[in-house]
Ligand binder design. Structure first.
Ligand code: SF4
Length: 260
């Protein structure tokens, strides 16, 4: 059973009005992932529209996966949803994913990064962007392809994390070969859905906001599967989700106002 509500969000790229079907029963946290992603994508469409109106074009194209060598942050709800997605894949596909994840683990262990990824995922306090920066840089320096990348295409496209959906650029695609040294121009992101879902999870579970590095997301979800089985009233989850979105948007307005 659901109840339909109309929601309005003022984003820096314009007003977003949409209908939300809110479950009236108790729901697990994974139920909110598609709702949050849809709102994030609608906000992103407003940004894309604005960019095109200003005469710029988005350079991202199918088969271009230069950014799939970065360390992708995944919120706990998305990590649980991704684990479920992988579990329902046909056995041969699951075996391929498992092999890639195992190879990735070996490489990251060899470079001393595996334990560092786990200490971020299981940190007792929120890890700031500044604290994460050295890890992000070391990881990116490896140019290690995401374990879900196959022939330069995302093999979990419909289930890919919000962070992957949000990175789009207007600078020439070849600049993305080196995202650190080249003057890459990314589209502004009104709502970072991974961050918002991380905040939501922290609020519902009375823990700190958390983001999990993608290469260990399935392992983290397995380790914390008891938490995945918890449920909350659907209206509470959606109220808190919208609250986190409003908080994020108001910060985003402030950040953009402060930019020269
Ligand atoms: S999940 Fe897909 S889109 Fe995201 S980094 Fe991996 S291959 Fe790329």
């Amino acid at each position: 059973m659901t109840e339909r509500f109309e929601v309005t969000l003022n984003t820096p790229a314009g007003r977003l009005t949409t209908a939300l079907d809110v479950p009236t029963a108790f729901i697990p946290i994974t139920a909110v992932v598609p709702i949050a992603r849809r709102l994030g994508e609608e906000a992103a469409h407003l940004e894309e529209h604005r960019v095109r109106e200003n005469g710029r074009t988005i350079s991202c194209r199918m088969g271009c996966a230069a950014c799939c060598r970065m360390l992708v942050p995944v919120s706990p709800p998305e990590a649980f949803a991704l684990r479920r997605y992988v579990e329902q894949l046909p056995a041969d596909r699951r075996a391929i994913v498992s092999k890639r994840l195992a190879d990735s683990q070996m490489l990251l262990q060899a470079h001393g990064l595996w334990d560092r990824l786990w200490s971020v995922a299981d940190a007792r306090q929120a890890v700031s962007d500044e604290e994460l920066d050295p890890l992000n840089r070391t990881y990116y320096a490896l140019r290690h392809p995401c374990p879900f990348l196959e022939n330069e295409m995302c093999s979990i496209y419909e289930a890919r994390p919000a962070a992957c959906r949000e990175l789009q650029v207007t600078s020439p695609a070849e600049y993305c070969e080196d995202l650190v040294s080249n003057p890459v121009v990314a589209l502004p992101v009104s709502m970072r859905i991974g961050t918002i879902l991380g905040l939501l999870w922290g609020s519902l579970t009375k823990t700190c906001p958390r983001l999990i590095p993608l290469p260990i997301a399935l392992g983290w979800a397995e380790k914390h599967q008891e938490a995945e089985e918890r449920t909350w009233p659907g209206s509470q989850v959606i109220d808190e989700l919208l609250d986190k979105m409003w908080q994020f948007l108001s910060q985003e307005f402030e950040t953009r106002k402060a930019k020269p």
